[in-house]
Design a protein around this ligand. Structure first.
Ligand SMILES: [Zn+2]
Length: 284
């Protein structure tokens, strides 16, 4: 695994890299936002045209309201920290779709879909903020770009990746084909995607806090989910085990509470924002 980490590190230097706001994690980015958005917006449009919208007006309005609060909080945070260009091309949409599956998902550019099947678990506005915070977390961390980039590195191998970026040096091609070979053997996709899920949890806590929702609500939400548990719940099947997830969330709560207290005006976030954010700058 060390070798793979090293190769990815070298790949960062030769190719493109990015880092996730808030968590600061470095990520491999071979695909531009524009490319990902062009592909995914078509897919999203096709899906949303035919997806059955919930007829529950109140629940739909709540999804839109909580989503908008979180999106506004993200935008305000990005503005204060001077990184608003990272959201270029984003256009937030929050939908409630009639579907008994306990699930929610996010497509690039801020297109979020919640299934009615998850509402018995979210229970209230704050519970919904846990799910929407998590999904918006995937969107701002550009996890789809990252996954696509990883897939390209794994499946296409060095030559294709090298030529994609007009870098045809043999070094680049060697690195690319080594990544391809190792990746195919050990399946680098799986650990990355788990990492992304946990990162979305982490980001979700901070984002719900920035939107004025008490982040500690994430724990009872995940406990409710785990009580039903197992493969019956689609949302859980793609996520790490609940005990591990809840214990990670517990560790991240103090950080999220700093943001929460900052937006509530009781304190200022300590060292988390590049530019000091006074409580007057946070109006939600
Ligand atoms: Zn997720």
């Amino acid at each position: 695994m060390k070798k793979i980490a090293l190769l990815f590190l070298v790949a960062f230097v030769f190719y493109m890299c990015g880092s996730v706001p808030i968590t600061g994690r470095q990520q491999l980015m071979l695909v531009s936002d524009q490319e990902v958005l062009t592909l995914s917006l078509q897919e999203y449009d096709n899906y949303i045209k035919t997806a059955p919208k919930s007829s529950d007006k109140n629940a739909t309005a709540l999804v839109v309201k909580v989503g908008a609060k979180i999106a506004q909080a993200v935008e305000a945070y990005y503005k204060v920290t001077g990184i608003e260009s990272l959201l270029a091309g984003y256009s937030w949409e929050f939908n409630l779709i009639e579907d008994p599956q306990v699930n929610a998902f996010c497509m690039p550019g801020g297109k979020i879909v919640v299934y009615t099947g998850i509402l018995p678990y979210t229970q209230d506005e704050t519970g919904l903020a846990v799910v929407l915070g998590h999904e918006v977390g995937h969107a701002i961390a550009k996890h789809a770009n990252e996954r696509m980039s990883q897939q390209m590195a794994i499946q296409m191998g060095g030559t294709a990746v090298g030529s994609l970026l007009n870098k045809t040096s043999s070094t680049v091609q060697t690195i690319g084909s080594t990544v391809y070979g190792l990746g195919a053997q050990v399946g680098v996709m799986l650990p990355f995607s788990r990492k992304q899920e946990l990162e979305a949890d982490h980001l979700g806590l901070v984002l719900m806090a920035l939107a004025g929702y008490q982040p500690e609500a994430a724990i009872p939400f995940w406990q409710r989910m785990s009580q039903q548990g197992g493969s019956k719940i689609e949302f859980l099947s793609t996520h790490p085990s609940d005990n591990m997830r809840i214990s990670e969330i517990r560790k991240e709560i103090p950080e999220a509470l700093e943001y929460y207290n900052a937006v509530k005006g009781t304190t200022t976030p300590a060292g988390n924002t590049k530019k000091a954010a006074s409580s007057e700058e946070w109006h939600f």
